[in-house]
Design a protein around this ligand. Sequence first.
Ligand code: ZN
Length: 256
Amino acid sequence: MKSKLIILGCGSSIGVPRIDGSWGKCDKNNKKNRRTRCSAIIMKGTNSVLIDTSPDIREQLVSNNIKNISSVVFTHEHADQTSGLFELRPFFWKYKKKINIYGNHKTIKHLRNRHEYLFKKVNIYPPIIKSNIIKGKFSLGKFNEKIFFKTVNAVHGATKSLIYVFEKTAYISDCNDLSIIKIKFLKNLKLLVLDCLKYQKHHTHFNLDDALFVHDHLKPKKTILTNLHSDIDYNFLIKRLPKNVVPAYDGLKINL
Ligand SMILES: [Zn+2]
């Protein structure tokens, strides 16, 4: 069965425009520059696996007409990846089933501490989330809708971010770990979704030079740059990229 990936959000932690209306160096007349915080969804038949729950997740699902999610995989514990978790409550009310979430040990521990009421009964409110700690490979979904994942932790500043590989695609939204070019299962993929925060060097993210270095070494058929800060204008960047590297934009759909 065919699968697709939708980039729900491709902005950095503050989004574009920023809450005070600043567009940075982005042309506000280009719709592709309006960026919500990083999140994506993998869809294979009725199996819809959300990657991260950004603060914009409600708007992201509504605007992409996504009516159900099967499970959630988390890259790491930062607020721009996790703070929309409580927005998933209507899916529990609708389907009367706990939502399974997956992440590394640190991310799950953080989520359970910060959103205790979603995991344990508090007053009259039932728990709606079931947490699962990932170690290595796993799969989600049934029969021909099953999606197989390989994972590896990579350095993202002071923390670690989980890289997910599925359907010949890698999703790496937050990373500054150039040693990932040595990971065998990241080589020669069909698609690489890759962190590219800024043009300048950054201590927790890949900048453009880093992203192109990773692209050149891993040699995917196509690379989509994500986690784009407000100093990266879509048209300015796309003109300077090799033809199989493109900036992401919110709502971008890719058949895998
Ligand atoms: Zn982060």
